[in-house]
Design a binder for this molecule. Structure first.
Ligand SMILES: NC(=O)c1ccc[n+]([C@@H]2O[C@H](COP(=O)([O-])OP(=O)(O)OC[C@H]3O[C@@H](n4cnc5c(N)ncnc54)[C@H](OP(=O)(O)O)[C@@H]3O)[C@@H](O)[C@H]2O)c1
Length: 222
């Protein structure tokens, strides 16, 4: 069992929290409006869950899932995240997040942009390319023939190992997708973004093997 902190507990954060608790992990949830607004989710998740401030959630988790819109990232508690593995679920949508010149120019991937704001933390990009309802439906135990895989780019080998182990515990396999500089291969519009897991109107999703995910990453262009 590990403790997973959450900064952002909405569609994707809340789904990862549900899978974490189902796997026996403790979760510390946070959002922008304060812990008391998470009472319903904490009650649903039971004794392994509690709500806290974002600073506390960042400090409490061996792993910290950052699942907020990109425009909120400059307000993350960077000091509390230092020394932690950060699971970045984020996608850059300029119409929602405002223009970010370093990402627009192709100089930085959105995850490298986040990493730059979090000195001392190790960012691993994960969950960004799967619809939250598919993430909930496609979890399978280790060894299942129809296990689904998720790509995980990151710059730190130990952090990627920790994320791989965590994914395994909540029902997913991991495909090493190289360093954060390569994470454009799974950004919005890429072949691995959404499509391998099936259409949005089928909430059950389609299992995607490691080979399917590797082929989709390799097919990405920019
Ligand atoms: N939805 C999906 O299927 C999906 C799949 C993969 C990746 N993503 C990506 O994951 C990220 C989160 O998406 P989502 O769909 O989960 O969004 P969401 O449902 O709108 O949830 C966003 C969460 O972030 C919190 N938040 C916002 N600003 C914050 C701040 N400054 N400090 C702490 N918490 C803050 C919100 O809290 P309040 O509610 O209190 O404001 C909310 O809990 C986005 O980049 C999105 O593109 C989404």
């Amino acid at each position: 069992m590990t403790t997973v902190g959450f900064i952002g507990s909405g569609m994707i954060g809340g789904t990862v929290a549900r899978l974490s608790v189902a796997a026996g992990h403790q979760v510390v949830l946070s959002n922008s409006r304060g812990p008391e607004t998470l009472n319903d989710l904490v009650e649903e998740l039971g004794p392994l869950a509690r709500a806290a401030s974002s600073e506390e959630a960042a400090g409490a988790g061996d792993l910290v899932v950052v699942s907020v819109p990109l425009h909120a990232c400059p307000h993350l508690p960077a000091g509390s995240l230092a020394g932690h593995t950060v699971l970045d679920t984020g996608n850059y949508y300029p119409q929602r997040d405002n223009q970010i010149p370093e990402i627009d120019s192709g100089k930085l991937t959105s995850s490298a942009w986040l990493q730059r704001q979090l000195p001392g933390a190790e960012v691993v990009k994960v969950f960004n390319n799967i619809y939250f309802k598919h993430l909930r439906s496609l979890a399978r135990p280790a060894g299942a023939a129809d296990r689904t895989y998720l790509p995980i780019p990151g710059d730190d080998t130990a952090a990627k190992s920790a994320v791989t182990e965590f994914l395994d515990s909540i029902g997913y396999g991991a495909v090493d997708a190289g360093p954060l500089a390569e994470s454009w291969r799974q950004e919005p519009g890429s072949p691995v973004y959404g499509a391998p897991y099936g259409p949005f109107d089928n909430e059950a999703g389609t299992p995607a093997s490691a080979d399917v995910i590797r082929a989709a990453l390799a097919a990405a262009t920019r």
